[in-house]
Write a protein that binds this ligand. Sequence first.
Ligand code: ATP
Ligand code: MG
Ligand code: MG
Ligand code: MG
Length: 469
Amino acid sequence: MTSLADIRSTFLNYFGKQDHEVVASSPLVPRNDPTLMFTNSGMVQFKNCFTGVETRDYARATTSQKCVRAGGKHNDLDNVGMTARHLTFFEMLGNFSFGDYFKEQAIPYAWEMVTKELDIPAEKLLVTVYHTDDEAADLWKKVAGLPDERIIRIPTDDNFWRMGPTGPCGPCTEIFFDHGDHIWGGPPGSPEEDGDRFIEIWNLVFMQNEQFEDGSMKPLPKQSIDTGMGLERISSLLQGTNNVFETDLMKALVDASAHATSTSTDESIVMHHRVIADHLRSTSFLIAEGVLPSNEGRGYVLRRIMRRAMRHAHLLGAKDPVMHQLVPALVQQMGAAYPELGQGQRLIEETLLNEEVRFKQTLDRGLKLLDDEVSNLPEGAALPGEAAFKLYDTYGFPLDLTQDALRDRGRTVDTDGFDTAMAEQKAKARAAWSGTGEAADSTIWFDVADQHGTTDFLGYDTTSAEGQI
Ligand code: ATP
Ligand code: MG
Ligand code: MG
Ligand code: MG
Protein backbone atom coordinates (compact mmCIF):
# COMPACT_ATOMS: atom_id res chain seq x y z
CA MET A 1 0.00 0.00 0.00
CA THR A 2 1.23 3.47 -0.84
CA SER A 3 1.27 5.41 2.40
CA LEU A 4 0.73 9.14 2.78
CA ALA A 5 4.38 9.51 3.72
CA ASP A 6 5.47 7.77 0.46
CA ILE A 7 3.26 9.98 -1.67
CA ARG A 8 4.52 13.12 0.02
CA SER A 9 8.11 12.20 -0.72
CA THR A 10 7.36 11.02 -4.28
CA PHE A 11 5.87 14.43 -5.03
CA LEU A 12 8.65 16.49 -3.46
CA ASN A 13 11.38 14.34 -5.00
CA TYR A 14 9.85 14.59 -8.45
CA PHE A 15 9.69 18.38 -8.40
CA GLY A 16 13.05 18.53 -6.66
CA LYS A 17 14.50 16.72 -9.68
CA GLN A 18 12.87 19.31 -11.94
CA ASP A 19 14.95 22.03 -10.25
CA HIS A 20 12.35 23.09 -7.72
CA GLU A 21 13.58 24.21 -4.33
CA VAL A 22 12.04 21.92 -1.71
CA VAL A 23 10.73 24.43 0.85
CA ALA A 24 9.41 23.49 4.30
CA SER A 25 5.77 24.02 5.20
CA SER A 26 5.16 27.46 6.63
CA PRO A 27 3.22 27.87 9.91
CA LEU A 28 -0.56 27.69 10.07
CA VAL A 29 -0.61 31.13 11.60
CA PRO A 30 0.57 33.20 8.66
CA ARG A 31 3.50 35.47 9.34
CA ASN A 32 2.99 39.07 8.25
CA ASP A 33 -0.58 38.52 7.13
CA PRO A 34 -3.11 39.65 9.72
CA THR A 35 -5.89 39.47 7.11
CA LEU A 36 -5.72 35.71 6.94
CA MET A 37 -6.94 33.57 9.85
CA PHE A 38 -4.95 30.44 8.94
CA THR A 39 -2.76 29.29 6.08
CA ASN A 40 -5.24 27.66 3.74
CA SER A 41 -3.10 26.82 0.71
CA GLY A 42 0.46 26.31 -0.41
CA MET A 43 0.75 29.72 -2.06
CA VAL A 44 0.29 31.71 1.14
CA GLN A 45 3.98 31.74 2.06
CA PHE A 46 4.84 32.82 -1.49
CA LYS A 47 2.30 35.65 -1.90
CA ASN A 48 4.96 38.31 -2.16
CA CYS A 49 7.00 36.28 -4.65
CA PHE A 50 4.06 36.30 -7.04
CA THR A 51 3.49 40.02 -6.77
CA GLY A 52 7.21 40.73 -7.15
CA VAL A 53 7.48 42.48 -3.77
CA GLU A 54 9.90 39.78 -2.66
CA THR A 55 12.54 37.91 -4.63
CA ARG A 56 14.22 34.72 -3.54
CA ASP A 57 17.22 32.90 -4.90
CA TYR A 58 14.99 30.37 -6.63
CA ALA A 59 12.24 30.77 -9.23
CA ARG A 60 10.69 27.33 -8.70
CA ALA A 61 9.57 25.78 -5.45
CA THR A 62 7.72 22.74 -4.16
CA THR A 63 6.10 22.17 -0.76
CA SER A 64 3.87 20.01 1.33
CA GLN A 65 1.95 22.68 3.19
CA LYS A 66 -0.16 22.18 6.28
CA CYS A 67 -3.50 23.92 5.81
CA VAL A 68 -6.53 24.68 7.94
CA ARG A 69 -9.86 25.60 6.37
CA ALA A 70 -12.10 26.41 9.29
CA GLY A 71 -12.99 30.06 8.87
CA GLY A 72 -12.82 32.95 6.47
CA LYS A 73 -13.08 32.50 2.70
CA HIS A 74 -12.44 28.77 2.78
CA ASN A 75 -14.45 27.16 5.54
CA ASP A 76 -14.87 23.41 5.32
CA LEU A 77 -15.92 22.88 8.94
CA ASP A 78 -19.50 22.02 8.05
CA ASN A 79 -18.36 19.62 5.35
CA VAL A 80 -16.32 17.40 7.65
CA GLY A 81 -17.98 14.04 8.12
CA MET A 82 -20.63 14.98 5.54
CA THR A 83 -18.53 14.59 2.36
CA ALA A 84 -15.87 12.01 1.58
CA ARG A 85 -13.31 14.63 0.62
CA HIS A 86 -13.24 17.51 3.11
CA LEU A 87 -11.05 17.91 6.19
CA THR A 88 -10.42 21.05 8.21
CA PHE A 89 -6.73 20.14 8.43
CA PHE A 90 -5.00 18.72 5.39
CA GLU A 91 -1.70 18.80 3.56
CA MET A 92 -1.49 20.48 0.21
CA LEU A 93 1.27 19.41 -2.16
CA GLY A 94 2.27 22.09 -4.61
CA ASN A 95 4.70 23.23 -7.25
CA PHE A 96 5.24 26.92 -7.91
CA SER A 97 6.84 29.01 -10.61
CA PHE A 98 7.63 32.64 -9.92
CA GLY A 99 7.81 34.11 -13.40
CA ASP A 100 9.63 31.02 -14.64
CA TYR A 101 7.66 28.28 -16.48
CA PHE A 102 3.99 28.65 -17.33
CA LYS A 103 1.08 26.53 -18.61
CA GLU A 104 3.07 24.75 -21.31
CA GLN A 105 5.25 23.23 -18.60
CA ALA A 106 2.85 23.05 -15.65
CA ILE A 107 0.37 20.80 -17.46
CA PRO A 108 2.97 18.21 -18.60
CA TYR A 109 4.47 18.15 -15.09
CA ALA A 110 1.08 17.52 -13.55
CA TRP A 111 0.19 14.84 -16.08
CA GLU A 112 3.49 13.05 -15.63
CA MET A 113 3.20 13.23 -11.86
CA VAL A 114 -0.30 11.81 -11.78
CA THR A 115 -0.10 9.15 -14.51
CA LYS A 116 3.57 8.09 -14.31
CA GLU A 117 4.92 8.82 -10.84
CA LEU A 118 1.68 7.94 -9.06
CA ASP A 119 0.51 5.54 -11.75
CA ILE A 120 -3.11 6.66 -11.74
CA PRO A 121 -5.05 5.29 -14.75
CA ALA A 122 -5.47 8.09 -17.31
CA GLU A 123 -8.92 6.89 -18.38
CA LYS A 124 -10.29 7.72 -14.91
CA LEU A 125 -9.20 11.34 -15.12
CA LEU A 126 -10.99 14.40 -16.43
CA VAL A 127 -10.17 18.08 -16.24
CA THR A 128 -11.90 21.43 -16.13
CA VAL A 129 -10.63 24.65 -17.71
CA TYR A 130 -11.95 28.20 -17.65
CA HIS A 131 -14.37 28.52 -20.54
CA THR A 132 -12.26 30.98 -22.53
CA ASP A 133 -8.91 29.29 -21.87
CA ASP A 134 -8.34 27.59 -25.25
CA GLU A 135 -4.65 27.41 -24.56
CA ALA A 136 -5.13 25.13 -21.54
CA ALA A 137 -7.74 23.02 -23.34
CA ASP A 138 -5.35 22.54 -26.30
CA LEU A 139 -2.51 21.58 -23.97
CA TRP A 140 -4.64 18.95 -22.25
CA LYS A 141 -5.51 17.53 -25.65
CA LYS A 142 -1.93 17.55 -26.82
CA VAL A 143 -0.12 16.47 -23.64
CA ALA A 144 -2.65 14.05 -22.17
CA GLY A 145 -4.59 13.09 -25.28
CA LEU A 146 -7.82 13.77 -23.42
CA PRO A 147 -10.96 13.74 -25.62
CA ASP A 148 -13.10 16.88 -25.70
CA GLU A 149 -15.76 15.42 -23.43
CA ARG A 150 -13.21 15.00 -20.66
CA ILE A 151 -12.07 18.63 -20.90
CA ILE A 152 -14.96 20.49 -19.32
CA ARG A 153 -15.23 24.23 -19.82
CA ILE A 154 -16.47 26.04 -16.70
CA PRO A 155 -17.66 29.65 -16.95
CA THR A 156 -17.70 30.37 -13.20
CA ASP A 157 -15.19 31.59 -10.64
CA ASP A 158 -14.52 27.96 -9.72
CA ASN A 159 -12.07 28.12 -12.60
CA PHE A 160 -10.92 31.70 -12.25
CA TRP A 161 -8.64 32.47 -9.36
CA ARG A 162 -8.00 35.82 -7.71
CA MET A 163 -5.51 36.62 -4.98
CA GLY A 164 -7.86 39.36 -3.76
CA PRO A 165 -10.16 42.05 -5.15
CA THR A 166 -7.08 43.48 -6.91
CA GLY A 167 -3.73 41.94 -7.82
CA PRO A 168 -2.67 38.77 -9.63
CA CYS A 169 -5.39 36.56 -11.05
CA GLY A 170 -5.96 34.09 -13.84
CA PRO A 171 -7.76 31.04 -15.08
CA CYS A 172 -7.24 27.67 -13.48
CA THR A 173 -7.64 24.05 -14.35
CA GLU A 174 -8.73 21.29 -11.98
CA ILE A 175 -8.00 17.56 -12.32
CA PHE A 176 -10.77 15.18 -11.21
CA PHE A 177 -10.78 11.45 -10.62
CA ASP A 178 -13.86 9.37 -11.36
CA HIS A 179 -14.36 6.89 -8.51
CA GLY A 180 -17.03 4.97 -10.42
CA ASP A 181 -20.76 4.84 -10.92
CA HIS A 182 -21.40 2.97 -7.66
CA ILE A 183 -20.95 6.34 -5.95
CA TRP A 184 -23.46 9.15 -6.29
CA GLY A 185 -22.28 12.30 -8.05
CA GLY A 186 -21.84 13.95 -11.42
CA PRO A 187 -18.96 15.56 -13.32
CA PRO A 188 -17.97 19.15 -12.53
CA GLY A 189 -20.44 21.65 -13.90
CA SER A 190 -23.34 19.18 -13.64
CA PRO A 191 -26.17 19.45 -11.09
CA GLU A 192 -24.78 16.46 -9.15
CA GLU A 193 -21.23 17.81 -8.93
CA ASP A 194 -21.37 17.98 -5.11
CA GLY A 195 -21.53 14.19 -4.88
CA ASP A 196 -18.43 12.16 -4.09
CA ARG A 197 -18.07 10.25 -7.34
CA PHE A 198 -15.91 12.82 -9.16
CA ILE A 199 -13.34 14.15 -6.75
CA GLU A 200 -11.06 17.08 -7.43
CA ILE A 201 -7.47 16.11 -6.75
CA TRP A 202 -5.34 18.91 -8.14
CA ASN A 203 -5.80 22.55 -8.96
CA LEU A 204 -3.39 24.43 -11.24
CA VAL A 205 -3.60 28.22 -11.29
CA PHE A 206 -2.24 30.22 -14.18
CA MET A 207 -1.46 33.69 -12.87
CA GLN A 208 -1.46 35.71 -16.03
CA ASN A 209 -3.30 38.96 -15.34
CA GLU A 210 -3.40 41.74 -12.87
CA GLN A 211 -6.74 43.13 -11.74
CA PHE A 212 -6.92 46.88 -11.03
CA GLU A 213 -9.30 48.83 -8.87
CA ASP A 214 -11.06 50.44 -11.85
CA GLY A 215 -12.08 46.98 -13.02
CA SER A 216 -9.54 46.73 -15.83
CA MET A 217 -7.21 43.79 -16.22
CA LYS A 218 -3.75 43.74 -17.81
CA PRO A 219 -1.37 40.87 -18.56
CA LEU A 220 1.31 40.41 -15.89
CA PRO A 221 4.89 41.10 -16.97
CA LYS A 222 5.84 37.72 -15.51
CA GLN A 223 3.41 34.84 -15.56
CA SER A 224 3.44 32.43 -12.67
CA ILE A 225 2.17 29.02 -11.59
CA ASP A 226 0.57 28.03 -8.31
CA THR A 227 -0.74 24.50 -7.80
CA GLY A 228 -2.33 22.53 -4.99
CA MET A 229 -3.00 18.82 -4.67
CA GLY A 230 -4.65 17.40 -1.58
CA LEU A 231 -2.39 14.73 -0.07
CA GLU A 232 -5.24 12.91 1.66
CA ARG A 233 -7.38 12.88 -1.49
CA ILE A 234 -4.62 11.52 -3.70
CA SER A 235 -3.75 8.98 -1.01
CA SER A 236 -7.31 7.78 -0.74
CA LEU A 237 -7.56 7.01 -4.40
CA LEU A 238 -4.19 5.25 -4.44
CA GLN A 239 -5.42 3.20 -1.50
CA GLY A 240 -8.55 2.19 -3.38
CA THR A 241 -11.14 4.39 -1.66
CA ASN A 242 -12.81 7.71 -2.38
CA ASN A 243 -12.90 8.64 1.27
CA VAL A 244 -10.11 10.62 2.93
CA PHE A 245 -11.02 9.07 6.28
CA GLU A 246 -10.19 5.61 4.96
CA THR A 247 -6.54 6.42 4.28
CA ASP A 248 -3.91 4.76 6.47
CA LEU A 249 -3.28 7.83 8.59
CA MET A 250 -6.86 8.96 9.13
CA LYS A 251 -8.03 5.43 9.72
CA ALA A 252 -5.51 5.04 12.53
CA LEU A 253 -7.01 8.13 14.18
CA VAL A 254 -10.58 6.94 13.62
CA ASP A 255 -9.62 3.64 15.26
CA ALA A 256 -7.96 5.46 18.15
CA SER A 257 -11.19 7.40 18.69
CA ALA A 258 -13.21 4.16 18.70
CA HIS A 259 -10.79 2.65 21.18
CA ALA A 260 -10.82 5.66 23.52
CA THR A 261 -14.62 5.76 23.55
CA SER A 262 -15.00 1.95 23.74
CA THR A 263 -17.22 2.03 20.67
CA SER A 264 -17.13 0.48 17.20
CA THR A 265 -16.59 2.06 13.80
CA ASP A 266 -19.98 0.92 12.51
CA GLU A 267 -21.51 2.87 9.67
CA SER A 268 -24.12 4.30 12.07
CA ILE A 269 -21.57 6.10 14.26
CA VAL A 270 -18.40 6.34 12.20
CA MET A 271 -19.23 9.95 11.32
CA HIS A 272 -18.56 10.97 14.92
CA HIS A 273 -15.12 9.34 14.85
CA ARG A 274 -14.35 11.09 11.59
CA VAL A 275 -15.19 14.49 13.00
CA ILE A 276 -13.10 13.71 16.08
CA ALA A 277 -10.13 12.48 13.99
CA ASP A 278 -10.18 15.55 11.77
CA HIS A 279 -10.66 18.02 14.60
CA LEU A 280 -7.89 16.33 16.57
CA ARG A 281 -5.50 17.17 13.76
CA SER A 282 -6.52 20.80 13.28
CA THR A 283 -6.62 21.56 17.00
CA SER A 284 -3.33 19.79 17.80
CA PHE A 285 -1.45 21.54 15.02
CA LEU A 286 -2.80 24.91 16.08
CA ILE A 287 -1.89 24.35 19.73
CA ALA A 288 1.59 23.18 18.68
CA GLU A 289 2.00 26.62 17.13
CA GLY A 290 0.98 28.32 20.34
CA VAL A 291 -2.65 29.13 19.51
CA LEU A 292 -4.64 28.62 22.71
CA PRO A 293 -8.40 28.51 23.22
CA SER A 294 -9.83 31.93 23.96
CA ASN A 295 -12.87 34.04 23.24
CA GLU A 296 -11.44 35.97 20.36
CA GLY A 297 -9.83 35.67 16.98
CA ARG A 298 -7.85 32.53 16.19
CA GLY A 299 -8.17 31.20 19.73
CA TYR A 300 -11.93 31.28 19.37
CA VAL A 301 -11.86 29.36 16.13
CA LEU A 302 -9.69 26.79 17.89
CA ARG A 303 -12.21 26.60 20.74
CA ARG A 304 -15.06 26.13 18.27
CA ILE A 305 -13.30 23.21 16.61
CA MET A 306 -12.39 21.61 19.97
CA ARG A 307 -15.89 21.89 21.38
CA ARG A 308 -17.44 20.45 18.24
CA ALA A 309 -15.23 17.40 18.56
CA MET A 310 -16.10 17.15 22.24
CA ARG A 311 -19.82 17.15 21.50
CA HIS A 312 -19.29 14.27 19.08
CA ALA A 313 -17.39 12.34 21.78
CA HIS A 314 -20.33 13.04 24.07
CA LEU A 315 -22.75 11.66 21.46
CA LEU A 316 -20.69 8.47 21.48
CA GLY A 317 -21.45 8.19 25.18
CA ALA A 318 -17.95 9.07 26.40
CA LYS A 319 -17.97 9.79 30.11
CA ASP A 320 -14.34 10.86 30.45
CA PRO A 321 -12.44 13.42 28.39
CA VAL A 322 -11.39 11.85 25.08
CA MET A 323 -9.40 14.22 22.90
CA HIS A 324 -6.16 14.27 24.91
CA GLN A 325 -6.06 10.47 24.84
CA LEU A 326 -5.73 10.53 21.06
CA VAL A 327 -2.66 12.72 20.89
CA PRO A 328 -0.11 9.85 21.09
CA ALA A 329 -1.72 8.23 18.02
CA LEU A 330 -1.43 11.51 16.15
CA VAL A 331 2.19 11.97 17.15
CA GLN A 332 2.90 8.43 16.05
CA GLN A 333 1.31 9.07 12.64
CA MET A 334 2.63 12.54 11.93
CA GLY A 335 5.44 13.29 14.37
CA ALA A 336 8.19 12.33 11.94
CA ALA A 337 7.02 14.75 9.24
CA TYR A 338 6.04 17.45 11.74
CA PRO A 339 8.40 17.44 14.77
CA GLU A 340 6.45 20.32 16.37
CA LEU A 341 3.80 17.75 17.32
CA GLY A 342 6.19 15.72 19.46
CA GLN A 343 7.74 18.87 20.90
CA GLY A 344 4.33 20.26 21.78
CA GLN A 345 2.78 16.97 22.89
CA ARG A 346 2.41 17.88 26.56
CA LEU A 347 1.00 21.30 25.83
CA ILE A 348 -1.46 19.79 23.34
CA GLU A 349 -2.60 17.12 25.77
CA GLU A 350 -3.01 19.55 28.65
CA THR A 351 -4.84 22.12 26.59
CA LEU A 352 -7.26 19.54 25.20
CA LEU A 353 -7.85 18.04 28.63
CA ASN A 354 -8.46 21.39 30.36
CA GLU A 355 -10.87 22.49 27.69
CA GLU A 356 -12.77 19.21 27.73
CA VAL A 357 -13.05 19.18 31.53
CA ARG A 358 -14.34 22.75 31.46
CA PHE A 359 -16.78 22.19 28.65
CA LYS A 360 -18.12 18.94 30.09
CA GLN A 361 -19.39 20.88 33.11
CA THR A 362 -21.96 22.67 30.98
CA LEU A 363 -22.36 20.40 27.95
CA ASP A 364 -25.04 18.15 29.44
CA ARG A 365 -27.14 21.01 30.74
CA GLY A 366 -26.73 22.92 27.47
CA LEU A 367 -27.84 19.95 25.37
CA LYS A 368 -30.80 19.46 27.67
CA LEU A 369 -31.79 23.10 27.24
CA LEU A 370 -31.43 22.71 23.48
CA ASP A 371 -33.69 19.66 23.48
CA ASP A 372 -36.31 21.42 25.60
CA GLU A 373 -36.27 24.46 23.33
CA VAL A 374 -36.58 22.34 20.19
CA SER A 375 -39.44 20.26 21.59
CA ASN A 376 -41.43 23.46 22.18
CA LEU A 377 -40.91 24.77 18.66
CA PRO A 378 -43.44 24.38 15.87
CA GLU A 379 -42.51 21.87 13.14
CA GLY A 380 -39.54 23.09 11.08
CA ALA A 381 -39.17 26.42 12.94
CA ALA A 382 -35.69 27.85 13.50
CA LEU A 383 -34.26 28.03 17.00
CA PRO A 384 -34.79 31.59 18.29
CA GLY A 385 -31.64 33.71 18.45
CA GLU A 386 -32.04 34.31 22.19
CA ALA A 387 -31.93 30.57 22.90
CA ALA A 388 -28.79 30.17 20.79
CA PHE A 389 -27.31 33.14 22.61
CA LYS A 390 -28.12 31.66 26.01
CA LEU A 391 -26.37 28.47 24.94
CA TYR A 392 -23.39 30.56 23.93
CA ASP A 393 -23.30 32.83 26.92
CA THR A 394 -24.22 30.46 29.75
CA TYR A 395 -23.18 27.06 28.47
CA GLY A 396 -20.22 27.94 26.25
CA PHE A 397 -21.76 26.65 23.01
CA PRO A 398 -20.24 28.44 20.03
CA LEU A 399 -22.97 29.28 17.51
CA ASP A 400 -21.73 26.80 14.95
CA LEU A 401 -21.83 24.01 17.54
CA THR A 402 -25.51 24.75 18.12
CA GLN A 403 -26.04 24.78 14.36
CA ASP A 404 -24.19 21.47 14.05
CA ALA A 405 -26.31 19.94 16.82
CA LEU A 406 -29.50 21.15 15.16
CA ARG A 407 -28.58 19.84 11.74
CA ASP A 408 -29.50 16.23 12.64
CA ARG A 409 -32.86 17.56 13.81
CA GLY A 410 -33.41 19.38 10.52
CA ARG A 411 -33.40 22.78 12.21
CA THR A 412 -31.54 26.03 11.78
CA VAL A 413 -30.84 29.01 14.03
CA ASP A 414 -32.18 32.53 13.69
CA THR A 415 -28.69 34.03 13.34
CA ASP A 416 -29.99 37.61 13.09
CA GLY A 417 -31.67 37.11 16.45
CA PHE A 418 -28.42 35.73 17.81
CA ASP A 419 -26.49 38.78 16.58
CA THR A 420 -29.07 41.09 18.12
CA ALA A 421 -28.86 39.31 21.47
CA MET A 422 -25.07 39.51 21.29
CA ALA A 423 -25.17 43.24 20.47
CA GLU A 424 -27.57 43.90 23.37
CA GLN A 425 -25.33 42.10 25.79
CA LYS A 426 -22.34 44.01 24.54
CA ALA A 427 -24.13 47.30 25.06
CA LYS A 428 -25.13 46.26 28.58
CA ALA A 429 -21.63 45.10 29.42
CA ARG A 430 -20.19 48.33 28.12
CA ALA A 431 -22.61 50.41 30.20
CA ALA A 432 -21.86 48.36 33.29
CA TRP A 433 -18.15 48.57 32.72
CA SER A 434 -17.71 52.26 32.00
CA GLY A 435 -16.30 54.15 34.91
CA THR A 436 -15.33 51.19 37.03
CA GLY A 437 -11.77 51.64 35.95
CA GLU A 438 -10.98 47.94 36.11
CA ALA A 439 -10.16 45.23 33.61
CA ALA A 440 -7.99 46.88 31.01
CA ASP A 441 -8.70 43.76 28.99
CA SER A 442 -12.30 44.78 28.39
CA THR A 443 -11.15 47.92 26.60
CA ILE A 444 -9.24 45.80 24.20
CA TRP A 445 -12.20 43.46 23.82
CA PHE A 446 -14.53 46.31 22.88
CA ASP A 447 -12.01 47.95 20.60
CA VAL A 448 -11.37 44.80 18.70
CA ALA A 449 -15.07 44.01 18.50
CA ASP A 450 -15.82 47.48 17.20
CA GLN A 451 -13.06 47.34 14.67
CA HIS A 452 -13.91 43.96 13.23
CA GLY A 453 -17.59 43.60 14.07
CA THR A 454 -18.64 40.90 16.46
CA THR A 455 -19.15 38.37 13.72
CA ASP A 456 -15.62 38.50 12.37
CA PHE A 457 -14.21 39.02 15.76
CA LEU A 458 -15.70 35.82 17.04
CA GLY A 459 -14.60 33.99 13.96
CA TYR A 460 -18.11 33.21 12.82
CA ASP A 461 -18.59 32.60 9.19
CA THR A 462 -22.13 31.68 8.38
CA THR A 463 -21.61 32.09 4.64
CA SER A 464 -18.99 29.52 3.84
CA ALA A 465 -17.64 30.72 0.53
CA GLU A 466 -16.10 28.24 -1.85
CA GLY A 467 -13.33 29.05 -4.23
CA GLN A 468 -10.02 27.81 -5.40
CA ILE A 469 -6.62 27.91 -3.86
P1 ATP B 1 -13.43 21.36 -3.43
O1 ATP B 1 -14.05 22.01 -4.64
O2 ATP B 1 -13.46 19.87 -3.49
O3 ATP B 1 -13.95 21.92 -2.14
P2 ATP B 1 -11.37 23.31 -3.70
O4 ATP B 1 -11.51 23.69 -5.15
O5 ATP B 1 -12.02 24.17 -2.70
O6 ATP B 1 -11.86 21.77 -3.50
P3 ATP B 1 -8.64 24.14 -3.78
O7 ATP B 1 -8.84 25.43 -3.08
O8 ATP B 1 -8.51 24.14 -5.25
O9 ATP B 1 -9.83 23.14 -3.34
O10 ATP B 1 -7.40 23.40 -3.10
C1 ATP B 1 -6.43 22.66 -3.84
C2 ATP B 1 -6.53 21.19 -3.53
O11 ATP B 1 -6.48 20.94 -2.13
C3 ATP B 1 -7.82 20.55 -3.99
O12 ATP B 1 -7.72 20.19 -5.35
C4 ATP B 1 -7.93 19.34 -3.09
O13 ATP B 1 -7.17 18.26 -3.58
C5 ATP B 1 -7.30 19.82 -1.80
N1 ATP B 1 -8.31 20.27 -0.82
C6 ATP B 1 -9.03 21.42 -0.83
N2 ATP B 1 -9.86 21.50 0.24
C7 ATP B 1 -9.66 20.37 0.95
C8 ATP B 1 -10.19 19.88 2.17
N3 ATP B 1 -11.08 20.57 2.86
N4 ATP B 1 -9.76 18.68 2.63
C9 ATP B 1 -8.85 17.97 1.94
N5 ATP B 1 -8.29 18.36 0.78
C10 ATP B 1 -8.68 19.58 0.29
MG1 MG C 1 -13.51 23.81 -1.40
MG1 MG D 1 -10.02 23.80 -6.65
MG1 MG E 1 -13.10 22.97 -6.46
